[in-house]
Write a protein that binds this ligand. Sequence first.
Ligand code: NAD
Length: 332
Amino acid sequence: MSFEELTDQQAKDQAAELRRKLNQWADEYYTYDSPSVEDAVYDKTYQQLVELESKFPQIVTPDSPTQKVGDHTLPGFTKVPHEIPMLSLGDVFSKDELADFVNRLGETDGVAFDYNCELKIDGLAINLKYENGVFVQGSTRGNGQIGEDITRNLKTIKSIPKKLSRPINIEVRGECYMPKKSFAELNEQRQLNGEEPFANPRNAAAGSLRQLDPRVTRSRKLSTFMYNVADIDDLQSDTQSGMLEELKDLGFTINPGYKVARSMADIDAYVDQYKDLRDSLPYGIDGIVIKVNSLTLQRSLGATVKVPRWAIAYKFPPEEVETVVRDIEWTV
Ligand code: NAD
C-alpha cells in the first residue's frame, strides 16, 4: 500500500479501517485468547498503521492500537490497577532495523551501550506482588494500567515462589508460558474431547491462566521466567543482567539464555544462535529482546505511552508449530 498520494481524508479513512481490523483481532487475541489471524498478519497490518500515522501525524487518535497496550480485561476477575504501568515492546523484523535502533541510541548519548540480550518468551506478561517476602497478589498486564487478579491461579504454578529468600516488598514482572510438551498434550486431549484446540502456546497459556477455577490452571502445567521489576529502586543491582541474577537469588526462575553484548556483532551472533536453537527449546520464543544493560540509563531513557525506549524486540519469522512439536526430544 502506498500512502504517498493520499489526501488527509483518505488517510483518515484508511487509518480507521486498519484500526477497526486491529481492534477486532486484538479483542479476539487478548480478551478471548482465540485469534482468527496469524500474528504475522496482525504485525503487518499494525506496521501499515504505524507508517500511515507517521506520514499523517494529525490523524493519530489516543485510542489507536499504536498508542495503547493490550486490551480489555475479562468480566469475572477483580481488576488490579498497576501503579507503574506494564508496557509492551517496540519491535523490528530485520537485523538492519535492529542495527538502526542500536545506532540511534548510541548517537543520542554519544557512547556505545552494553546490551542485555534475552529470549522473547512466547507467553503472557504477569505481575507478582510480594509483601515482606510473601506472595500476596498476581495479575495480568491487561491494558497496561489495569490487569486481572489471577492470584489463586498463579499460586498453582510451581516456579512461582510463595516466599522469597529476603523479606522485601517488591513487584516482579515476567512471562508465564506453556511448555511445548504440555501444549501438544493439551491440544491432543481437547481434540479427543471434541473441543477447539488452542491456536498456539501463548493463547493456551493465557486461556489457562484466566480461569475462574484454579484447578483447571493447575492441570495445565504452566511455568514462568521473570525478567523485570516494577520499580528498579527495590533492587540492589545496577544492571539488567545483575537484576536477573538477583531475581534468581530471591527464588524466581529466570531464563538462563541471557547474554551481555558489547557490540552489534555480539547482538547479531546472539540472534543467529537462537534462530538455530529455537526449535530445540522446550518452550516457545518468538524473538529476542535487546535491553540497555545499565538500569540508570534505562531510567534516563524512559518510555513512550506504550513502550520503553531502552529495549526492542527482534521478531523471528513465524514458524510451523506442527513440525516443531513432532521433532523434539522433550527435556522439560
Ligand atoms: P509483544 O508480545 O510483541 O512484546 C511485548 C511483550 O513481550 C511483553 O509485554 C512481555 O510480555 C513479552 N516478553 C517476553 N519475553 C520478554 C523479555 N525477555 N523481556 C521483556 N518482555 C518480554 O507485544 P504485545 O503488546 O504483548 O503483543 C503484541 C503482539 O501480539 C503482536 O505483535 C502480535 O504478534 C500479537 N497479536 C496477535 C494478534 C492476532 O490476532 N494474531 C492480535 C493482537 C496481538
